[in-house]
Design a protein around this ligand. Sequence first.
Ligand SMILES: [Zn+2]
Length: 414
Amino acid sequence: MFAIKRELKVNNKERSLMRGIAGFKRFVYNYGLDLIAASWDWEDVRGSDAKRIDTIKKVFTQVTMKKPEYAWMNKYPSTVYQSAFIALKKSFDSWRKGLTDFPKKKCKKKGDSFTVYKTSGIYPEKGKPALPFTNRVVIDAGKIIKLPGLKTFRLKEKIDFTCSSQTFTVDRIADKWFVSLAVDAQKIPPIYHPVQKVGVDLGVKCLATVSDGTCYAMPATTKRAKTKLSKLLLHNRNKKHGHKKLGIGASNNAKRYYIELAREYARISNIRRDTIQKMTTDLSRRVYCIRIEDLNVSGMMANHKLASAVTDNCFYEVRRQLIYKQAHYGTKVEIVDRWYPSSKMCSNCRHIQPMKLSERVFRCQKCNHVQDRDENASVNLENAPDNVVRSARPELTPVDKKWPTTLVEAGRKR
Ligand SMILES: [Zn+2]
């Protein structure tokens, strides 16, 4: 199973429809959260969070939706509010497990998204499972997509093959709308990899240094884009997006600025994502066995000088992608123990000597071997003895549902 994500080509009418649906979803989610908070100590609604949310859903469909002032809700597909309640259940679930904070209200500024799905399949008999594939929407190859409960939409980039999916998530980044769907198919892994084994050193200066001599760097465009962003922030440091309490709306200039700001942030994130995806794919195509270091990312985050580089180069994300691409490209990812002295060891004579973080070149005091710091580390990772190496296991979902935040990348938050 893997995910397909495409940008939608929307006109103004479709754009406001999308905004409307996302607003509906947000309303339902916040409505559920409000009612849970209000009824937290009530005796007669005790039970698990899921049961409580089911009760609230009943109140929502049987009382609230029937009120005339909420008639606008009926023009949107019912799966939107269904999935909002599912999302609410999930956030309570992960809060109970201690993975996240207590669910917060969704707000308009934090982006728009909603989920629609095909409701049910064809059941041969009562109580028996649905016939295979009848609960799925078939998507033909091409640039048109039909979302369940909604009309057809145009895509900016075509879908290469006919496929099927049940759930469709639409979300907005800056002023662009995207649809993502999980496709139940397998990529056929290649049988032949030209390179047998490499070590990969994830670095601060260079994104990744590979022991066969290649080096992947973040493109210079990220730096330029960041400079542009800081200039933009500086020049508009006094701009306010209106004042809600005083009833002052945002000026046209401010509106324009905030859209441009969102675009700039999205652009930097796009460049980074693109580079990292291309790098991990290229590596997985070329090499059979990839050895990476088990990084203590949260320790590195505590070092302020390293922190920015760590989040910029997305160590955690690189590792996650290499691991889940094992299945797609038939590779083997191995993790070398955190305490293995990959950067302090001479790759020529295995002599261990202290290395400051600022030293960029490794000069062996025993055999006078001279090598670039990262290259030396990558060769050491490749030649690591088997007792410090373990094979990596993929995380639960291979689907890129959400681009992780900096905290997620740093491994501080899941
Ligand atoms: Zn040496």
